[in-house]
Structure formats: structure tokens, C-alpha cells
Design a protein around this ligand. Structure first.
Ligand code: ZN
Length: 322
């Protein structure tokens, strides 16, 4: 029961698409690897930020829903996503974030790893965590951040839950996680032996009210599975546990199954393949609006309804494409 390899991507809700793009590409130095629309609501963008190739486990994606209310943090929500930075890079990042006016909210040691906590422009809690683990990572040579300090991928996610035992039982006995103990009130669960990109931390808050999705909050956490067989095997166990998984949905760059864990956090199983280069050149990933085939016939109307986005010309293969 070890089909799940780690975090595949995390999706959050944000405000203005341009401000979101500027922060994650310019300030954090990630690459916009896919510019698409929400497949269930094609009048809004879906933006994907990752390493140069969109390696599974490096991808942070956003729904810019500027008209939504702000997130109400509470139980049943993922409340922070952390990103791995190389060991020794914290001083570089502290200086960069300060110079660029980012909102640093604190620093702390988390199980011997140094973390800088910050908020993105819409209040999304983030942490940059120095991680010594080797990660699958493709450097982004046109990034504003030098390769030696670039974000290596998603490190972890923090969840608040009303009843830890319910979620723990599901993580361990259905999804195949291992309990890795508690530290400072955070209970850790990891796949394999845990490590960067392979664990989540949960705080039990029995008295807190239920959280509610909104701007500045995480929408769902996706877990990596190698292929369709692994995805179906886990899906069957989720179904047997009466968690009502969706059918497999083709997202083109991966295939997805969605379900709520017992505490109410929306999880997804996402396949590693086929990857972001399936429908555009690896060199120009993210530079053009990519639509699912059933929306191609409406491209003109969809493009007209979406706000214009400007990608810094230093980050594009051909400045004429911006
Ligand atoms: Zn997703």
C-alpha cells in the first residue's frame, strides 16, 4: 500500500491574476508552466507555477477568483503550504523578500528545519523551509532567482482538523501514510519515510469552527500516484471507506480523482504523467492560453472575457509572445 509518492500539487484561491503571476514568478522565481482556465468555470484563469518542467511535486496552482470572499480559516481546511528551499538559502530569501516588500510573518525551527513564514499579496500563508533532502527538480534558467537558491518544490501542507483520530485512521489505513509523531502541536504523517514533499502536518483544534474556502486560502491538496493502476487501486480503497471519490477526470496534464478526507479537506489523486509538455513546447510553457479541446471552439469569447496578463519578457522564450 505505497501507491502515493508525495504531494503532486496544491491549488489555492487568489485575487487578481496579474498580482498572483507577478508574486509567484518575480518574487518567488517560479515558472508559469501553464496558463489555462478553470475547466468547470472557463471565464476564470487557472495558473500553474512550478520548476522549469512542472516536475510533479513542484506545482502550486491558483484560481484567481477576485470576487470571492476572503478565506475563513478553520477546521477542515489546509491552512498553509510550505515550499522547500536549499539548505543555507534562508538568508538569501530573507533579504530578497524584505527588499521586494513581501510580508514576512515570522521565522521558526520546525523539527530542525529552518522556516521563514510569509503571506502572498492576498494573505495566503506560505513558508519557505530549508530542506536538505534531494528533490526531483529542473532549474528555471530565466528565473529572477539564481538556481542555487531556487525553490525546489512543495515541502509540506498544514491542516487544521476537529477530530485528528478520524483523519489519521484514513491517512494510515486507506491512503498508506505513516504516523511520524507530534512536535509543537503538529502531528506529522508521511509516505515512505517522509521528508520534503512527502508529508503533511495536522493540528487538532476541537473547538474551532469549520473553515470556508476563499481568497488567500488553499482549495485542495493533490497527491502523486505513478500511473492509472495505482490511482485506481487507491480510489477503490477510498470508495470502500465510503469517502465517495469522483470518477477519474482527464485534466490532460494528469488524470485526477477527488474526494474529501473525513475532516473535510478536499484531496485529489493526480498521476505523474503525461505532464505539462503534452500540449505545448517545453520552451514556451505557460506563454499561451491552453484550453481543453471541448472549449477550443469558444476560444475567442473566452480570451475576450479574461483579463490580459503580462509575463516579464525576461521569462519568456520569445519576448514577442508576451
Ligand atoms: Zn488539483
Amino acid at each position: 500500500m505505497n501507491e502515493i509518492l508525495g504531494i503532486h500539487h496544491v491549488t489555492a484561491i487568489t485575487g487578481s491574476a496579474q498580482d498572483n503571476l507577478d508574486f509567484y514568478t518575480h518574487v518567488l522565481g517560479l515558472r508559469l508552466v501553464k496558463k489555462s482556465v478553470n475547466q468547470d468555470s472557463p471565464d476564470t484563469y487557472h495558473l500553474f507555477f512550478a520548476d522549469a518542467n512542472g516536475t510533479p511535486g513542484t506545482d502550486l496552482t491558483f484560481f484567481p477568483w477576485a470576487d470571492s470572499p476572503r478565506v475563513r480559516n478553520g477546521v477542515g481546511l489546509a491552512v498553509e503550504v510550505s515550499l522547500a528551499i536549499p539548505h543555507g538559502s534562508a538568508s538569501y530569501w530573507r533579504r530578497r523578500l524584505t527588499e521586494l516588500g513581501a510580508t514576512i510573518t515570522g521565522e521558526e525551527i520546525r523539527r530542525s528545519e529552518f522556516a521563514i513564514m510569509l503571506h502572498d499579496p492576498f494573505g495566503q500563508p506560505l513558508a519557505l523551509v530549508e530542506a536538505a533532502d534531494t528533490r526531483d527538480f529542473a532549474p528555471w534558467t530565466r528565473s529572477a532567482v539564481p538556481v542555487e537558491h531556487q525553490i525546489r518544490g512543495l515541502h509540506s501542507v498544514r491542516l487544521w482538523e476537529r477530530d485528528l483520530a478520524l483523519t489519521e485512521d484514513f491517512l494510515v489505513h486507506v491512503l498508506g501514510f505513516n504516523s511520524m509523531g507530534e512536535d509543537s502541536g503538529w502531528h506529522r504523517y508521511g509516505v515512505d519515510s517522509g521528508g520534503s514533499g512527502k508529508h503533511i502536518d495536522i493540528r487538532e483544534i476541537p473547538s474551532a469552527e469549520r473553515g470556508r474556502w476563499g481568497v488567500g486560502g488553499i482549495h485542495h491538496v493533490a497527491w502523486r500516484v505513478t500511473d492509472d493502476d495505482a490511482q485506481l487501486a487507491v480510489r477503490e480503497r477510498i470508495q470502500d471507506a465510503h469517502r465517495r471519490p469522483t470518477e477519474v477526470i482527464d485534466r490532460f496534464w494528469f488524470r485526477s480523482v477527488y474526494f474529501l478526507e473525513p475532516g473535510g479537506v478536499l484531496f485529489e489523486l493526480a498521476t505523474d504523467g503525461p505532464g505539462f509538455a503534452i500540449d505545448e513546447s517545453a520552451d514556451t510553457l505557460g506563454e499561451h492560453l491552453v484550453l481543453p479541446p471541448w472549449l477550443e471552439s469558444q476560444r475567442a469569447e473566452i480570451e475576450a472575457a479574461l483579463p490580459m496578463l503580462t509575463i516579464s519578457s525576461s521569462q519568456t522564450a520569445n519576448p514577442a509572445n508576451v
